[in-house]
Design a protein around this ligand. Sequence first.
Ligand code: NAD
Length: 462
Amino acid sequence: MKAHHGMYIGGEWRLAAGADTIEVVNPVDEQVIGRVPAGTSADVGHAVRAARAALPGWAATPPTERAAKLAALRDVLVARKDEIAETVTAELGSPLPFSQAVHAGVPILVAGSYAELAATYAFEEKVGNSTVYHEPVGVVGAITPWNYPLHQIVAKVAPALAAGCTVVLKPAEDTPLTAQLFAEAVAEADLPAGVFNLVTGLGPVAGQALAEHPDVDLVSFTGSTAVGRRIGATAGAAVKRVALELGGKSANVILPSADLAKAVNVGVANVMSNSGQTCSAWTRMLVHTSQYEEAVGLAAAAATKYGDRIGPVVSAKQRSRVRSYIEKGIAEGARLVVGGPESPREQGYFISPTVFADVTPDMTIAQEEIFGPVLSIIRYEDEEEAVRIANGTVYGLAGAVWAAEEAEAVAFARRLDTGQVDINGGRFNPLAPFGGYKQSGVGRELGSHGLTEYLQTKSFQF
Ligand code: NAD
């Protein structure tokens, strides 16, 4: 793992316009592990020009050839998966086995799925007396967060390239080394110069310049709702396409007929994985009043087992944010069952797995996204109340429902205002559309739904 001093623009590493840099810190030991350039609007301008220049050639490349390039990119990611996992672990702090399985494994799956889709998707269709062409939207500005650093890059870049778009990426400040590694993979896979460009930098500087750039046709953003709202407003004012993958506060609803121990154990694991830094994490566990104390006991035991096996959160800033939510939970009267705001270690941005019981739906910890290893267990009296509580936040990204019979869980899940629901612990599907209802976002990623975000239609009538 090495840090590049330049930006990857037009198929080469070139020096940044300014001299400022961003320090990359390992959250486990708080040591600086590298420095990357802090891009300015001048760098963004160069990158957008390179993407614009590459667009006609890439858009005109037959989809099967674009598919072959994406398959080559997937193969490079496979060949470098250990390096990817080590890099994510170094800058995000996640334990290596998790980085190998998820941070490296999932982007490989997703890149492979778009290699296949590019080859098989109907970019031209007949509708009555019309032929409809699905054409690339143009130059894409992609802005990504740090919590799944490579996945979020690939979930935007792979469908954009499959569609025939070209891309400028501005990755998160905390995890730019993974983005540089991805740029190396693009070069190694021999993608044409300019189809993918990387500008590292600060959100309010490089990110904002990219979102505001008049020659960007579509902005695809994943991150906080606060920044997403601004980007949506900017895109709206310029009448340009925008996709927003924002926050979440998902409910894990355990119906009385469910296997309680399994539902609680899987639910706790879901919240603690990646140290709680997962936008779709089921951070609110809803349990029927008759099983409530038993569920609290099971959750406490499961969270305690995690102990210090989870990694740190990404930065000192995130640690203090998560701590202040834990303090707020205590102050508002929730019952702290396991964990708490104190640091479990002297060094590193660690937070203990934390479980709150007696959380009421209106408490801050039940409404706002904490983005740390903190679970809130909420009591419900009947199914109607469970639906009301589950739907009672501004978010609607994901969720889970557990019941003895699948049909019972499905009937309940149909009443949830959310983009994804796992039924009885259903597995991740890289082809299923991912995205939010309500303030969790606009648009969908993954699979063919993710591909259509980067396409626009042109109809010829005969
Ligand atoms: P963030 O919004 O602060 O940053 C995300 C990205 O936006 C970073 O690259 C950042 O540099 C950039 N940015 C910041 N300010 C900007 C501005 N003014 N203009 C343009 N770009 C700007 O979010 P974060 O703290 O990095 O990530 C955590 C958030 O992301 C959480 O709220 C989480 O739920 C959300 N998230 C959502 C999804 C999803 O798919 N829905 C996935 C992962 C994370």
